[in-house]
Ligand binder design. Structure first.
Ligand SMILES: Cc1ncc(COP(=O)(O)O)c(C=O)c1O
Length: 415
């Protein structure tokens, strides 16, 4: 995104032109940013036998998944819906992994019937899988007792985490797989999301590698995702080349000790798409309140839940006058909840110094490409926005704006 005196540009297309053509609110993604992140990460990991699987929970727009497929990525899926999207996007079955936390048997059957490897999450699931599908290739999700992340909700390793089989249960895993003939081809972990300190990632990696040496027939080790991106304007970016080199070195050393070269897998979501995406909304009303100047816009946590859910910070820009005179303002959504504000922390609203907004102006919420649309809902019965992918001067509609019929079609006419 380019910030020019006369407004924001995505590729060569202005925010104003995008709203004129596709209306508001609108998700906008820049294809070049997605490709740049993918290439950066591929180059950073200086170990050849590797696969980067896009954790598509971050963004399941099929056109965006296709871009990442063109960049050579695979897919980490956590539901049959994500498997469905991955297959529609053209991913090959052996490049999709299905991570199976607390899923009912029909979901595992869906994956198996589509020839997609299951990444099993508990000893009981492992037993059941062994009974139903003896002799199959599987992956095992380990909880390394190390967790990290930008918020408690997204820490997925450690004693409070519902995910994976504790790394101390190696003997149980081996016993179950020996009896059922299951073949452990991969072991996996994902410790959390939004990690900006390479050391945490490397520490957890060490635990998984230590666990891996107990399993003889491995083909790959999957260290999960979690690589963070800066959300605050002055936040430092993790040096991806430093992380990539550390990961590669640790892995190469391990393979030496293991006696065989294995495939290194990571599965980032946020890192690949967060910075490519923007949510544009239009100022519907300005209210000079007792304490705050409220800028009310035509979108809310139904379209981007991260601020309301985690107190997450998203940079906000004036899409028409980015360098306009600034004043203290609160950007609020249009949902019937007082928590529906975009300038906030976990406790509540926070005033922010932003260019003066008036009715009709376009507000741009940055870093919305990951866990934005994919976490959107129909709350207050508002349809979800359209999504547009920009490359150069071309803006392509990649998901149409929804209608009331989309919201209600599954209940209309069935009673
Ligand atoms: C199993 C698994 N892998 C990968 C990811 C991707 O995390 P991130 O988007 O932080 O890279 C997640 C996110 O929750 C996950 O649960």
């Amino acid at each position: 995104m380019d910030i020019r005196n006369d407004g924001l540009y995505f590729g060569d297309v202005s925010a104003e032109d995008l709203i004129k053509e596709f209306e508001s609110p609108l998700y906008v993604y820049e294809e070049d940013t997605i490709r740049a992140r993918a290439r950066e990460l591929k180059n950073a990991i200086t170990y050849d036998n590797k696969e980067i699987k896009f954790a598509c929970k971050a963004n399941t727009n099929i056109e965006i998944m296709k871009v990442l497929k063109e960049e050579g990525m695979g897919i980490d899926a956590v539901s049959p819906g994500e498997i469905f999207a991955a297959l529609k996007a053209g991913f090959e079955k052996d490049h999709i992994l299905f991570t199976t936390n607390n899923v009912l048997w029909d979901e595992i059957e869906y994956a198996v019937s589509n020839d997609i490897m299951a990444n099993l999450d508990s000893l009981s699931q492992l037993k059941m899988f062994g009974r139903e599908f003896p002799g199959r290739d599987i992956c095992i999700r380990i909880n390394p007792n190390v967790g990290a992340g930008h918020h408690n909700h997204v820490i997925t390793g450690g004693p409070d985490s519902k995910f994976g089989i504790n790394y101390t249960r190696v003997d149980d895993i081996k016993e179950i797989t020996r009896k059922s003939g299951l073949r452990i081809k991969g072991i996996h972990q994902h410790i959390g999301s939004g990690i900006l300190d390479p050391e945490i990632f490397i520490k957890a990696m060490g635990v998984l590698l230590d666990t891996a040496k107990n399993f003889e027939g491995l083909s790959f080790i999957d260290f999960g995702g979690g690589i963070g991106v800066p959300y605050q304007e002055n936040e430092e970016r993790m040096d991806i080349r430093v992380l990539g080199k550390r990961i590669a070195d640790e892995f190469e050393n391990f393979c030496g000790r293991y006696g065989r070269e294995l495939k290194l897998v990571i599965e980032p979501g946020r890192y690949l798409v967060a910075e490519s995406g923007f949510l544009l909304g239009t100022v519907a009303s300005v209210k000079e309140g007792e304490k705050h100047r409220f800028i009310g816009i035509n979108t809310g946590f139904n379209h981007l839940v991260r601020p309301a859910m985690y107190g997450s910070y998203h940079q906000i820009l004036h899409a028409g006058k980015p360098y306009g005179a600034r004043e203290s303002q609160v950007i609020a959504g249009n949902l019937c909840e007082s928590g529906d504000t975009f300038t906030r922390d976990e406790e509540g609203i926070v005033d922010r110094d932003l260019p003066h907004f008036k009715e009709g102006d376009i507000v741009c919420i940055c870093n919305a490409g990951a866990y934005g649309y994919s976490m959107a809902s129909y709350y207050n019965s508002r349809p979800r926005p359209a999504e547009v992918l920009v490359k150069g001067s071309r803006a392509r509609l990649i998901r149409r704006r929804e209608t009331f019929e989309d919201i209600f079609k599954s209940s209309l006419g069935i009673m």
